[in-house]
Design a protein around this ligand. Structure first.
Ligand code: SF4
Ligand code: SF4
Length: 394
């Protein structure tokens, strides 16, 4: 039983409810799942107590329990707000309970159940052909076969928000970064890790992690740069301390988010931002970048360097940020709710009378933009890399 790993802490949930309404979010609900479904078991404490009951063999999985366990974007607000000696394990327990349910042969919600087949056959969750993974690459950009720096593109930028991958390589190229990409990059494995599908009939999370690490080594890399918050967490945290035991994926690469690299290069004068962008904007912290890994300042520092931009903060910001709704399998499993959650965030931004919502993750970009378009909001959606490219005048 995977939950065996947590047997010494499973009983430490005191059912206090801090993971849904207290802590820094004193005056409002901080759990999107509880906010939507308004039933205690949807909170982290509720999910942990479900997991304990299954572990103690007092409950068998039911469709209702699966719905509750998987209706959660793994935003991590619960982990941030849990004040008891369990707190660093909250998300780990939720994901382990999911793996337990998958092992028991349950049917997962919506398209979550297709992740294994899609990642096994085409190495991306969108079932796009692997042979077309590099189609986004502009024809006039030639990349070397080997480099110490690998830009790990990720599935969403490779197949959906291609403009973000294109802007990233244009900016790196113009700034003279010596980098390349993997010719045989596979999905980082985040969709499988987050939904407990660690072993599937088609591929396993360890196979994927080990493949990507081997590919990076072949290129001669010592640094991995990602534009995607999900890939960033997976390379930086899951391949190492969170799931190193499962994935056998220890590595020594330095893992950077694009905004960290941009921040350093701007500071060193290697990137110049001559063009003004006259906009009032607010920044949405991707959960997998902020709460999960603690990267809050680099994206903001880059935005502040762009002439003409005024950056203002939403009420729920940094470690208290409201999730965009797309992570943890929610976009695939509960697609309408994912956009509903994103629209909460869009409305929060609208209250600030900003021109644009800015984020630093293609998956957040996609879901927030879906909410903007479906609700005819006047907001524009940007990723930090798009603003940098525009200000560089390329
Ligand atoms: S990860 Fe987010 S949605 Fe899931 S239980 Fe925790 S606070 Fe609620
Ligand atoms: S998970 Fe933590 S914050 Fe939530 S009810 Fe349990 S002890 Fe309280």
């Amino acid at each position: 039983m995977v939950l065996e790993r947590f047997k010494d802490v499973l009983h430490r949930c005191y059912k206090c409810g801090h993971c849904r309404t207290t802590g820094p979010a004193m005056f409002y609900t901080n759990c999107p799942s509880y906010d939507k479904f308004k039933f205690e078991t949807y909170t982290a404490g509720g999910k942990i107590n479900l997991a304990k009951a299954v572990f103690d063999k007092k409950l068998d999985w039911s469709d209702r329990m699966i719905d509750i366990l998987f209706a959660c974007p793994t935003c991590g607000n619960c982990e941030t707000n849990c004040v008891y000696p369990l707190h660093e394990n909250v998300l780990g327990i939720i994901e382990a309970a999911r793996a337990e349910a998958v092992d028991a042969g349950v049917t997962l919600p919506g398209n979550q159940r297709t992740f294994g087949e899609h990642l096994g056959k085409e190495h991306n969750p969108y079932i796009e052909p692997h042979s077309k993974r590099l189609d986004w690459l502009p024809k006039d950009i030639n990349l070397p076969n080997e480099s110490e720096t690998v830009y790990f593109v990720g599935c969403t930028s490779a197949y959906r928000q291609k403009m973000l991958a294109q802007d990233t390589v244009k900016v790196f190229n113009k700034a003279g970064v010596d980098f390349t990409i993997m010719k045989d990059e596979w999905c980082c494995s985040s969709p499988l890790l987050r939904t407990g599908q660690w072993e599937t009939d088609y591929v396993s999370a360890p196979q994927i992690a080990q493949h990507n690490i081997e590919e990076a080594k072949k290129i001669g890399a010592n640094k991995i740069v990602t534009t995607c918050a999900g890939c960033y967490r997976t390379w930086k945290k899951d391949y190492l301390e969170s799931y190193g035991w499962l994935l056998n994926s220890k590595h020594e690469f330095e893992v950077l988010h694009t905004t960290e690299l941009l921040e350093t290069m701007i500071k060193n004068g290697e990137i110049e931002l001559p063009n003004e962008i006259n906009m009032r904007v607010t920044y949405h912290d991707p959960c997998h970048l902020g709460r999960h890994v603690g990267l809050y300042d680099s994206p903001r520092n880059v935005i502040r360097e762009i002439p003409g931009i005024e950056l203002v903060e939403m009420r729920r910001t940094r470690e208290n940020s409201w999730c965009c709704g797309s992570g943890g399998g929610v976009k695939a499993g509960f697609s309408d709710w994912a956009v509903e959650l994103a629209y909460d965030r869009v409305r929060e931004a609208e209250k600030l009378e900003v021109d644009a919502l800015v984020s630093a993750c293609p998956f957040c970009w996609r879901n927030l933009d879906d909410a903007i378009k479906q609700n005819n909001s006047k907001l524009k959606m940007y990723d930090v890399i798009q603003l940098v490219r525009q200000s560089m005048g390329i």
